[in-house]
Design a protein around this ligand. Structure first.
Ligand code: SRM
Ligand code: SF4
Length: 570
């Protein structure tokens, strides 16, 4: 191993395939935390050590240990769970978590607030439901996403099959998870290529994300991901093959222009029979070519920038023993979810519910967690988590539709009237996220209320406008692809980005910096007024602010930071 590799590389190398001292750390009752190196390793098992940041000041004052607890992220390829699995997740959230389920921007469920002594019981309960959290976090391929496309069932089945096949192929093979969390027997080690044929001892240089999209919906935000497959669907509704995209990513650091979000590029077209081999070849090329010295430069997007797309394609083709053809035409129209009922065929229908910022809990007047439990008790079909933090009750037979809709309506799970609210996402941020600089999930509803008032005054209430907020520049709600992006800068302060494309194909641009609540509303109100007065037929807000000269259009990657700031006086 090179002398100057990052600390995480050394931790992985010394971990004995992700075991570290986790098993021993679990037995130490003196602390709710685990050893520092194990905090990195536990991510590969789908968990993060966190502490309640709301309680930090008081506990520091009282000289108490931080209020440590774990976040567990379940791995759900394609976001599809059965009735029994939903009920099991609901139960563990109440028995061992903080009584909430958090639907994520990548089609999984997070449980927050699980204390160390409950970790094994929680993971056992998840295992009994034939689920796990292996590789939900860490320097590996994460949960593979797949468009939910309720209106295109046949294409969805093909896309889901690919998502599951890729997920299976790229799973870490180390038995560490079973040994540590499920008291499995220790299996003796072996050669790297035997234990981890794809990853080896040091896994990937950084996290890796794969999605499968089914046009015309870009609900998965394919251009935000390291690797994407875009279904090319024929007139009969069957998938003929896949356009492959590489090199997307959102994360950056304020004040460090060498870090930037980037939209993925088209690498080529492949047939279904080659898709898994192509995925593996992209992953192993990044394993060998990715930067292991600087974690801020270790995602695939930087490898592609540094090596060039052509060299990358040639290497992938060589490893996959398959040729990529020229990309086929495709067309995306939107990134969001289609709420309400849609036909599923065979007398059944899907109901897409609205879950604000993905947080399911029982609040007075809106007992959403309980309502979904009641729905799951009635509905013996599947549930689909969307890539936009929402939920689909799938394949509901006619006789149960009224009952399920009534429960959802009473719990305020049906989509709201506001076009802004229907297209809004916020990351978790405070109090659990250790990296948050500002509020996000807890603040966005208040901001939307204020903005809805302004939009109503301009007659724009029903217009679909994509708004996304994050508590720091890491980009967990994909804010740089939104028409309006708000990114935390410090407590109560946000950078405002404008000009993302409604179909998720263009990054936005920094418009104003360091705004507080009043500043955000004051900055957006005149833009809404101008949009109402000057827009062309069918013109989206993100396209309008560029044409009207408020911001420059972002091209890609490094260009994201160029020409920022407001250009036309609002
Ligand atoms: Fe994320 C780190 C939450 C999707 C980019 N993300 C985190 C952590 C684990 C904070 C940490 O490292 O300590 C957050 C936990 C908060 C909490 O308390 O739960 C966190 N990320 C989330 C979720 C839950 C946001 C949400 O509101 O739904 C999403 C879980 C996805 C999942 O189920 O797997 C989530 N994160 C994303 C996305 C969106 C996506 O992938 O489509 C991105 C941008 C895309 C990308 O990866 O480039 C994203 N998260 C990051 C980054 C920046 C990565 C980078 O390349 O710079 C970090 C920080 C890091 O890795 O160093 C991060
Ligand atoms: Fe935390 Fe930042 Fe991700 Fe929000 S964007 S969840 S604040 S890491």
């Amino acid at each position: 191993m090179d002398d100057d590799v990052s600390r995480n590389e050394r931790i992985k190398e010394a971990s004995d395939y992700l075991r570290g001292t986790l098993a021993q750390g679990l037995t130490e009752e003196i602390t709710g935390a685990i050893a520092e190196d194990d905090q990195q390793l536990v991510k590969f098992h789908g968990m993060y050590l966190q502490d309640d940041r709301d309680l930090r000041p008081e506990r520091t004052r009282k000289k108490m240990e931080k209020a440590f607890a774990f976040m567990i992220r379940v791995r759900i390829p394609g976001g599809v769970v059965s009735q029994q699995q939903w009920l099991a997740l609901d139960r563990v959230a109440r028995d061992y978590g903080n009584g909430t389920m958090r639907l994520t921007t990548r089609q999984t469920v997070q449980l927050h607030g699980v204390i160390k002594s409950n970790l094994k019981s929680t993971l056992r309960a998840i295992d009994v439901a034939v689920l796990n959290s292996i590789a939900a976090c860490g320097d590996v391929n994460r949960n593979v996403m797949c468009g939910v496309t309720p209106e295109q069932s046949r294409a969805h089945a093909g896309a889901l099959a690919l998502a599951r096949a890729i997920s299976e192929q790229l799973l870490p093979r180390t038995p560490a998870y079973r040994e540590i969390w499920l008291d499995g027997e220790r299996i003796a080690g072996g050669e790297d290529e035997v234990v981890e044929p794809i990853y080896g001892k040091t896994y990937l240089p950084r996290k890796f994300k794969i999605v499968v999209a089914v046009p015309p919906s870009n609900d998965v935000d394919v251009f935000a991901h390291d690797l994407g497959f875009i279904a090319i669907v024929d007139a009969a509704g069957e998938i003929g093959g896949w356009n492959v995209t590489v090199g997307g990513g959102m994360g950056m650091t304020h004040g460090e222009p060498e870090t930037y979000p980037r939209t993925a590029e088209l690498l080529g077209y492949c047939e279904t029979k080659d898709a898994v081999a192509i995925a593996e070849a992209v992953v192993t090329t990044q394993r060998d070519w990715g930067d292991r010295k600087n974690r801020k430069h270790a995602r695939l997007k930087y490898t592609i920038e540094d090596r060039g797309l052509d060299a990358f394609r040639a290497e992938v083709e060589r490893r996959a023993k398959a040729k990529l053809a020229a990309p086929r035409p495709f067309c995306f129209t939107s990134t969001g979810d289609r709420y309400g009922w849609s036909e599923a065929g065979g007398g059944k229908a899907h109901l897409t519910l609205f879950v604000q910022n993905g947080r399911l809990l029982d609040q007075s007047g809106a007992p959403q967690l309980s309502a979904l439990r009641r729905i799951a008790e009635i509905h013996d079909g599947e549930f689909r988590l969307t890539p936009n933090q929402n939920l689909i009750v799938a394949n509901v037979p006619t006789e149960k539709q009224t009952q399920i809709e009534t429960i959802a309506r009473e719990a305020r799970l049906l989509a709201p009237w506001s076009g802004l609210r229907r297209n809004a996402m916020a990351c978790v941020a405070l109090p659990t996220c250790g990296l948050a600089l500002a509020e996000s999930e807890r603040y966005l509803p208040e901001l939307l209320m204020a903005l809805d008032g302004k939009l109503a005054a301009h007659g724009l209430s029903a217009d679909d406008i994509v708004i996304r907020m994050t508590g720091c520049p890491n980009g967990c709600a994909r804010p740089y692809l939104a028409e309006i992006g708000l990114v935390g800068k410090g407590p109560g302060r946000y950078n405002l980005y404008l000009g993302g494309a409604f179909d998720g194909s263009r990054l936005n641009k920094l418009y104003r910096e360091d705004l507080d609540h009043a500043g955000i509303v004051a900055a957006l109100d005149p833009l809404f007024a101008a949009y109402a007065a000057e827009r062309q037929a069918g013109e989206r807000f993100g396209a309008f602010v560029i044409r009207a000269g408020f911001v420059a259009a972002s091209r890609n990657g490094r260009d994201f930071h160029a020409n920022s700031g407001s250009r036309r006086a609002a």
